[in-house]
Design a protein around this ligand. Structure first.
Ligand code: HEM
Length: 426
């Protein structure tokens, strides 16, 4: 394909970009770390430093379009060099405008403060035994069958159960939510670029969360929802119920696809990188290193989005207020200027690996990163405990070097729709 033809490919809808976004980013890289897309009125940022520059500059860049995406045109005519007030006035036109990931300024600081008070390392530690025991139970079951679809049989039910347990969602409702999320459109759907993110599952769950929070106010327990109802903003004010519901629902949903896909992506590398499975079996301390390198090479969020609210610059390139920006985390994570000539290769214990931007950076850095890392490590450890060998099903995915995979049809999420494994018991 010529460079010209490539540039005309639509990042948001083209199936070949979905299949191999890394090739698309590599071919866009020579146009500069910050370049204008020909298909949409937005900038594509592929440089590591330039991605950081945007993520660390919430003064000039609003997160309002982080879910609506850069494909969503400004719903008003920008006036002047600072459109912050205009953006706020149109917040309800943006999908997810009532979710923490799209908030700016004081509203964001306030809600993020709640998260940091409630979602603490000690809280995660207290949940470790549950995570381990539940992982043990479901992994034993699939190993007894000798095979599984890692994404459908393990990853998705596991991450749902873990966050539900942490928050305190009653057991009967968990399956209902999982089904509702599965029925909804994927986040950043390439099939529906005009309305790529559907929040109907969140709205469905919101009604339930109102009741849970009201119940915890009357009968506090030891779960996160109980802590939400007593938590306050930094100035001591109490958040209203609507804000708490939207935060709790988002926390429930934010880690569903992303963590589940990270497990699938990790397993692919474990089985396909020659010798890696044995290396990890021999030294389990290497598992966290492997997870970080997979996050860098194939993190489950390919990109996030910002809109410039003031006239500004990225990497010296002028950016007018109102311009949408694709912050291509997956491209920054393979930028050879940061990661060297072997940026596209898997390398265990890569120096500086924790600096990758798979979880974003700055004020909106993923609040669930420690949980996601713990979930993946826990499941992988159980697989290594209970199996002697794990193989990718050749019948379903073809031979190594010529695999066939189906990817989530999303311009935000990077991950497999299914991963069929063959398991040899220990
Ligand atoms: C591998 C798994 C995950 C990945 C790759 C991931 C990725 C991200 C990224 C890139 C952002 C920043 C978005 C931006 O700057 O616009 C983010 C934000 C967020 N994530 Fe995650 N995430 C993962 C798992 C989770 C989990 C398990 C939770 C749940 C508890 C979670 C909760 C959140 C929240 C609450 C935010 C919003 C933070 C804010 O706006 O201040 N994430 N995530």
């Amino acid at each position: 394909m010529t460079t010209q033809a490539l540039a005309e490919r639509d990042y948001f809808t083209d199936p070949s970009v979905l299949l191999d976004p890394y090739r698309y980013f590599e071919e866009m890289r020579p146009r500069g770390p910050v370049c204008q897309l020909q298909t949409h009125d937005c900038l594509l940022v592929t440089g590591f430093e330039e991605c950081l520059e945007v993520l660390r500059n919430p003064t000039d860049f609003s997160s309002l379009n982080s879910l609506a995406s850069s494909a969503f045109p400004l719903p008003f005519k920008p006036e002047g060099t600072d459109i912050s007030a205009q953006l706020e006035a149109h917040r309800d036109r943006y999908v997810g405008g009532n979710l923490v990931v799209t908030y700016d300024d004081a509203r964001h600081n306030n809600v993020r403060f709640l998260v940091s008070r409630v979602f603490t390392p000690s809280r995660l530690k207290a949940n470790e035994a549950f995570m381990r025991d539940y992982a043990d139970q479901i992994v034993r079951r699939v190993v007894a069958d000798g095979k599984c679809d890692l994404v459908g049989h393990i990853a998705t039910p596991y991450v749902t159960m873990v966050i539900a347990n942490l928050l305190g969602v009653p057991a009967d409702d968990r399956v209902l939510f999982e089904e509702q999320i599965a029925r909804g459109q994927t986040v950043g759907s390439i099939e529906n670029p005009d309305s790529p993110t559907d929040t109907s599952a969140l709205e469905f769950m919101a009604g339930f969360f109102v009741r849970y929070l009201q119940d915890r106010a009357a009968n506090p327990g030891s779960d996160l929802l109980s802590e939400f109802v007593t938590a306050t903003y930094p100035d001591g004010a109490k958040p209203d119920l609507v804000e708490l519901v939207s935060l709790a629902v988002f926390m429930f949903a934010a880690g569903q696809d992303t963590s589940a896909k990270l497990l699938g992506n990790s397993m692919r590398y474990i089985v396909d990188v020659p010798g890696l499975q044995q290396q990890l079996r021999d030294d389990r301390q290497l598992i966290p290193w492997m997870i970080e390198e997979v996050l860098r090479l194939e993190g489950s969020s390919k990109a996030t989005h910002r809109v410039a609210r003031r006239d500004t610059t990225i990497g010296g390139v002028k950016v007018p207020a109102g311009k949408a920006v694709i912050v291509a985390l997956a491209a920054g994570n393979r930028d050879p200027r940061r990661w060297g000539d072997d940026a596209n290769e898997f390398r265990l214990k890569r120096p500086g690996i924790r600096e990758h931007i798979a979880f974003g950076r700055g004020v909106h850095t993923c609040a669930g990163a420690p949980l996601a890392r713990a979930e993946v490590a826990t499941i992988l450890n159980r697989f290594f405990d209970h199996t002697r060998d794990i193989a990718i099903s050749e019948a379903m995915h073809g031979k190594r070097g010529a695999r066939r995979y189906q990817f989530e049809p999303s311009f935000i999420i990077r991950g497999l729709e299914n991963l069929h494994l063959e398991l040899t018991p220990a």
